[in-house]
Design a protein around this ligand. Structure first.
Ligand code: RIB
Length: 307
């Protein structure tokens, strides 16, 4: 089976469910607390494996209980973790508020993720054997992400970059030139094209998507939340609507989308078909609490199509 390699972050999510997101200086009473494995990289790896993909992960954790728990969770879904190196120090953590509306706010403290180095790519070259799709995000050092994208591209893999969290600056040309598919949400797309963060109307989304294509990636897939996604290619754009669901927690919906997109492409689905698969998987994930705990199984996504 063609393999998906995820290069990215592993965080332990420290989550408070609250009636609403507190404002600066405010103390509010929470409703529920839990810790669970997260991190955009690990979420994508876990979700892809749960959807039936053959997945290898490359990243760094600390030599602590969080690191061990995060590795174990990936393995429980069937991910290959030989590329997840434990180093002295603390694992990454994410402090998350989830409000009753389903919205969230997240602060990530990178820990071991900040020390994923370009040399780690060649050190774990075996993880890239039979790699058909490489999945990257922006929670590890940019130099390493660029090295990984180029390494995967040179080996013939399709490179997907999820530009999240949105960088406060333009992405390096060397990275964008190695990316085949860029998958921003609306805010990230606006920021990457030099505009203030904003929700976009259909016309703006298409204009910005075309602008981002001009930076290197042949395809831009803009994630539009409950509206689905906009697939922007050389010969035009296609809106792929999302099924309607009631959102409980939107944390990691974008990660599930990218995971499903990668699984679809590794199974040689057409891009439009892979996007349909991805919006269904992401819609299912927002009906559940947490990141990896919300990732749907393949059978659930297939059944959702039938429903
Ligand atoms: O995309 C959701 C993820 O962002 C969370 O799991 C958290 O760890 C942060 O990385």
């Amino acid at each position: 089976m063609a393999k998906i390699v995820v290069i990215g972050s592993l965080n332990m999510d420290v989550v408070a469910v609250t009636p609403r997101i507190p404002v600066a200086g405010e103390t509010i009473i929470g409703l529920k607390f839990f810790t669970a494995p997260g991190g955009k990289g690990a979420n994508q790896a876990y979700a892809a494996a749960k959807l039936g993909g053959k997945v290898g992960m490359l990243g760094r954790v600390g030599d602590d209980d969080f690191g061990r728990a995060m590795r174990q969770n990936l393995e429980s879904a069937g991910c290959e973790t030989s590329g997840v190196r434990a180093i002295a120090g603390a694992s990454g953590v994410a402090l998350i508020f989830v409000a009753g509306s389903g919205e969230n706010s997240i602060v990530v403290v990178g820990g071991a993720n900040d020390r994923l180095a370009p040399e780690d790519i060649a050190r774990h070259a075996a993880v890239f054997d039979e790699c058909a799709v490489a999945l990257l995000q922006l929670e590890t050092p940019l130099q390493t992400i660029t090295a990984a994208a180029r390494y995967a591209k040179e080996r013939g893999a399709k490179v997907i970059l999820d530009p999240a969290p949105a960088p406060g600056h333009a992405l390096p040309q060397a990275l964008l030139q190695a990316v085949d598919i860029l998958t921003p949400n609306e805010t990230e797309a606006a920021i990457l094209s030099g505009l203030p963060p904003a929700r976009l109307n259909a016309g703006e989304a298409e204009t910005i998507g075309k602008k981002l294509r001009g930076l290197g990636p042949a395809t831009v897939i803009m994630k539009l939340g409950e509206q689905g996604c906009l697939l922007i290619e050389q010969d035009g754009s296609t809106l792929i609507p999302s099924p309607k669901v009631t959102a409980l927690d939107t944390t990691a919906a974008g990660d599930v989308f990218n995971a499903a997109l990668a699984v679809g492409l590794s199974e040689k689905m057409e891009l439009v078909e892979a996007c349909r698969f991805a919006v269904r998987a992401a819609a299912l994930s927002v009906t559940r609490l947490g990141a990896q705990s919300a990732a749907p199984a393949r059978a659930e996504v297939n059944a959702f199509r039938a429903g």
